[in-house]
Ligand binder design. Sequence first.
Ligand code: 13P
Length: 253
Amino acid sequence: MRKPIIAGNWKMYKTLSEAKQFAEEVKGLAPDPVKLDTVICAPALFLDQLAQVVKDSPVYVGAQTMHSESEGAFTGEVSPVQLADLGVDFVILGHSERREYFNETDEAVNKKVHAAFDHYLIPIICVGETLEEREAGNTTSKVEGQVEKALADLTADQVKRAVIAYEPIWAIGTGKTATSEDANEVCGAIRAKVESLFGQNVAEAVRVQYGGSVKPENIEELLTMEHIDGALVGGASLQPASFLKLLEAGANA
Ligand code: 13P
């Protein structure tokens, strides 16, 4: 049985005081960590204080990106050592917005995934196709290729602990969700790819999330699907009431 994982990706939203208020409101109401992993992926600026607010609660804090090097002359970047030192547990890597606007390549994502494991951070590795790729029938090949490159040279034990988020780019922030069946099909293809690379035990353990216009109204059905183990949520993670509804659905899945 894979434990569901619901992660909010706040992107570049909220001020520090709003972030802290949100965490104060949610931390006491988040479901039992035996049933669900709850993660808030906040702007790097807030991670220190958020980690302190949610300490001793079921809520984990995650970053939205990081550099692959531990330290160095990389102006403006944040390192895995710095994140781990703050008590951050998760890091989103290879989000389509990072790939599109910041030229993040599959090779860079792979380096970052290795760096995350080196510093005891759990990577949430994002993959997904554009609308053109879907319409051309290239969804599976695109996503399988991204998965293979992101996981290159990892150990089976590391891949078991990784989280892969399938986020079709056309469904992000658009209000268009993939149907549960379509999302499940691609998440199943991701699991099959992991099986072909790392074996059945690893494929059964790795958690695959769906992301793209997930809301309280559609999460329950998505989570009934065999290969969908949780959600990576943008817009609907920004308000405590809506995020808590997502968490409740996750805990009951
Ligand atoms: P939305 O939930 O706002 O569509 O964003 C999805 C996403 O990009 C999460 O990483």
